[in-house]
Design a binder for this molecule. Structure first.
Ligand SMILES: *Cc1c(COP(=O)(O)O)cnc(C)c1O
Length: 228
């Protein structure tokens, strides 16, 4: 039997248990399968097991897989760093963009999103960890960026995203996720419904703090950079 069958079942089980531990309704957290470095055929295996949301980090790799899987009813999430000269394809080949952290990028995505497509779902990436990461807007600058992005006609601001530094301690793991949830609450906008946080190692902590989208790679597809 394929190891993806077992791993995907195990991740779904972890999610259900995390939802229960957090007193949240079953199915309130959406699982995004992160396929970076894995071939289209591997993603297709997960699709056959009813996985519909897929996340990719690298544009060229993602476009090739989208072409290979064009017949499938997939929701594509771009979760990687955004280069401003790549926004046209990002704007038109994805359903969600998670890592928006500058107004200029958001404006380009809005301008370039085809009028035939529904507004592009975006999350603002926030730098909540104490370390000095390059990406993500600071908590201080978030309100201004959010206020500007909601005015862009071809974007739909859905919420916030973060990639905190790893922690061994469960309580320490929860803190940056809590910071992100509280930052969204402070924005005070009822139309924001998404917190994109939690990866293979820390999905339980993220679900406890209100994650609605978890981005899981290794726990579904195995370690990257190794043949299965
Ligand atoms: C690779 C990646 C993930 C998945 O990480 P795993 O630890 O393999 O689950 C999630 N989010 C982002 C932004 C990533 O780059």
């Amino acid at each position: 039997m394929s190891s993806i069958v077992q791993r995907l079942a195990a991740v779904r089980q972890r999610l259900r248990e995390a939802e229960r531990a957090a007193n949240r309704p079953e199915g309130s957290v959406k699982l995004i399968a992160v396929g970076k470095t894995h071939p289209a055929s591997t993603l297709q295996e997960a699709y056959r097991l009813d996985q519909r949301d897929f996340g990719e980090n690298y544009l060229q790799e993602a476009l090739a897989k989208q072409d290979a899987l064009a017949d499938l009813d997939i929701v594509w999430h771009f979760i990687g760093p955004i280069q401003s000269n790549k926004t046209r394809q990002l704007a038109n080949r994805f359903d969600w963009i998670h890592g928006v952290d500058r107004l200029k990028i958001a404006q380009r995505l809005s301008e370039q999103r085809s009028p035939e497509l529904p507004p592009l779902n975006v999350c603002i990436q926030v730098n909540v960890s104490e370390e000095d990461s390059k990406s993500g807007v600071s908590l201080d600058e978030l309100p201004e960026l959010a206020a500007a992005i909601v005015e862009l006609p071809r974007l739909r601001l859905r919420g916030l995203m973060a990639i905190p530094a790893p922690h061994h301690d469960f309580g320490e793991r929860r803190k940056p996720f809590r910071d992100l949830r509280e930052a969204m609450e402070r924005l005070g906008r009822q139309d924001l419904d998404s917190l994109s946080m939690g990866m293979s190692e820390d999905l339980e902590a993220a679900v406890m703090e209100g994650a609605t989208l978890v981005r899981i790679g290794t726990a579904i597809f195995g370690k990257r950079g190794r043949k299965e």
